[in-house]
Design a protein around this ligand. Structure first.
Ligand SMILES: [Zn+2]
Length: 314
């Protein structure tokens, strides 16, 4: 029995076919090109799914979709996707009609959380919090072995938790959100304040074939001993630690998984993050929690496929 997993991102849409233990059998991707509209996207997605059905036929039993945005998992509607510019797009109904397979949809961070629970942790913990650290910050929770949705399907918007009253402006329009301090765009905005000569910095620390002022360049600089870069990462760790401490106090997870591009700078932000956690007064949840970092870039798509299978076979 196999499941199709679909990860709809701002740039690319990725499709995978996996078995129940998460083994990858096939994958493909196409440009999301959200500006062409949702109807065009659904048509192209349908064609890609059709190709997989031709190859795997009756072995396929389910479809799981992770989409970047606010998802109504009950109705299979992508309510709002700021990165795609779409509102109220029905996705599961047309795919179910096309494939005849049950189709589950969740926010992409929820699918990554399910992937972390199943693939990274092999269900070793019943209560898991996953943070996806990229341009934005997403989160997903598995509680008592089940993905937690909240009352309207919006649970896990940890990136927009306020950590500083009237703090920095966030992409969501609010102020002081965790993402406004620890999302990659915010990290680089802070780096810009401290690093006076950006061009020289990039020339010195970016890879020769990728001359960009980004978190990779900032990590290289920290590695080379650059004080400003190290200060930015320490600040990031402190803010992330403050946000994470609140989440741990509320949820008391057995394990926290950090994933996404920013998590690659672990060496430089984890000491400040751990200090923020160890400085908490209620000790037990922090003594108990394991913190793991996953470099698996496919947690979202594989998690979507496994979640679809879980739903279809339960
Ligand atoms: Zn925000």
């Amino acid at each position: 029995m196999l499941g199709i997993g679909i990860d709809i991102g701002g740039t690319n849409t990725k499709l995978v076919v996996v078995n129940r233990s998460g083994k990858l059998l096939a994958q493909e991707r196409f440009k999301t090109e959200a500006a062409l509209g949702a109807a065009s996207f659904i048509k192209r997605l349908g064609a890609a799914v059709d190709g997989l059905r031709r190859d795997y036929g009756r072995q396929l039993v389910s479809v799981g979709i992770g989409a970047a945005g606010d998802v109504d998992p009950e109705r299979g509607v992508l309510r709002f996707a700021p990165n795609l510019g779409w509102r109220n797009v029905k996705l599961t109904a047309p795919l179910e009609k096309l494939t005849g397979l049950p189709c589950a949809m969740e926010n992409d961070a929820n699918m990554a959380a399910w992937g972390a629970y199943e693939i990274e942790l092999k269900r070793k913990y019943d209560d898991v919090l996953t943070l996806t650290l990229g341009t934005g910050i997403g989160s997903g929770m598995v509680i008592d072995g089940k993905l937690y949705h909240g009352s309207s399907g919006s649970a896990g918007e940890a990136g927009h938790m306020k950590i500083i009253p009237d703090g920095r402006l966030c992409g969501c329009g609010g102020k002081g959100c965790l993402e406004a301090y620890c999302g990659s765009r915010a990290i680089m905005a802070r780096a810009r304040e401290l690093i006076k000569n950006e061009a020289a910095f990039v020339k010195k620390f970016a890879a020769p074939d990728r001359q960009r002022f980004n978190t990779i360049c900032l990590t290289n600089a920290a590695e080379a001993g650059n004080a400003a870069a190290r200060a930015v990462w320490a600040e990031t760790g402190r803010c992330l630690g403050m946000g994470l401490a609140s989440l741990i106090l509320v949820l008391n997870p057995g394990c926290v998984v950090l994933t996404g591009g920013v998590s690659r700078a672990r060496k430089w932000f984890m000491p400040a993050l751990r200090k923020a956690l160890s400085g908490q007064q209620i000790k037990t949840p922090f003594a108990r929690v394991q913190i793991k970092i996953s470099d698996d870039a496919d947690l979202g798509s594989h998690g979507a496929a496994l979640f679809g299978l879980e739903r279809a076979l339960k």
